[in-house]
Design a protein around this ligand. Structure first.
Ligand code: IMP
Length: 180
């Protein structure tokens, strides 16, 4: 049976929108002059972030998705990362931006980055909306981060808890109500 919980707002929809505008500005500067930027979203948690981010990018953009195994339906991260769904398009010689929801232990994004780098893209950069540096197990930092957050379990803005709460417009922290 699932435990009862409430969600406390941590980052408002307005703050997220403002931060994405600033990030898009930096990404634009980094990829200025590109003939095409392949924006790769990591399914499923990045789907809201990538939708808002690409609409702030005034660059020729292709959108693709990749899915890697992560938490299953629980709160525990797994160290073994497998590719469950690969890209549809080719990235050899192309500029690529990998878009992730959260860097937690770092295993997922570092694995996917190595995996895609082996296909010889021209430039490859990474962006994560959220970063939990306190949880890191591998030495990895995204090129751009939206917000650094403490070691808390968060939901909303595409991010789930057991496939729920992805549709919240803000980032909220899960708080179990059966705890003292
Ligand atoms: P990592 O491999 O440990 O860095 O985990 C990355 C993935 O774990 C993210 O893409 C999320 O899918 C998931 N994850 C990490 N922290 C949270 C959280 O607080 N809420 C929901 N999912 C999370």
């Amino acid at each position: 049976m699932s435990r009862p919980y409430v969600i406390d707002q941590m980052i408002s929809a307005k703050s997220i929108a403002a931060r994405i505008e600033a990030l898009a500005h930096d990404i634009h500067a980094a990829f200025e002059g590109t003939d095409k930027l392949v924006v790769v979203g990591l399914l499923r948690g990045s789907f809201v972030f990538i939708a808002d981010l690409v609409r702030e990018l005034d660059l020729p953009v292709e959108v693709d998705f990749i899915e890697a195994s992560s938490y299953g339906d629980g709160m525990e991260s797994s160290r073994e990362v497998r590719i469950l769904k690969d890209l549809r398009g080719t990235i050899e010689g192309r500029d690529v931006l990998i878009v992730e929801d959260i860097v937690d232990t770092g295993h997922t994004l570092s694995h996917v980055t190595d995996y895609l780098r082996s296909r010889h893209p021209a430039r490859l950069k990474t962006i994560a909306l959220l970063d939990k540096p306190a949880r890191r197990e591998v030495d990895f930092r995204a090129d751009w981060t939206g917000f650094e957050i403490p070691d808390a379990f968060v939901v909303g803005y595409g991010i789930d808890f057991a496939q729920r709460n992805r549709n919240l417009p803000y980032i909220g922290q899960v708080r179990f109500t059966d705890e003292a």
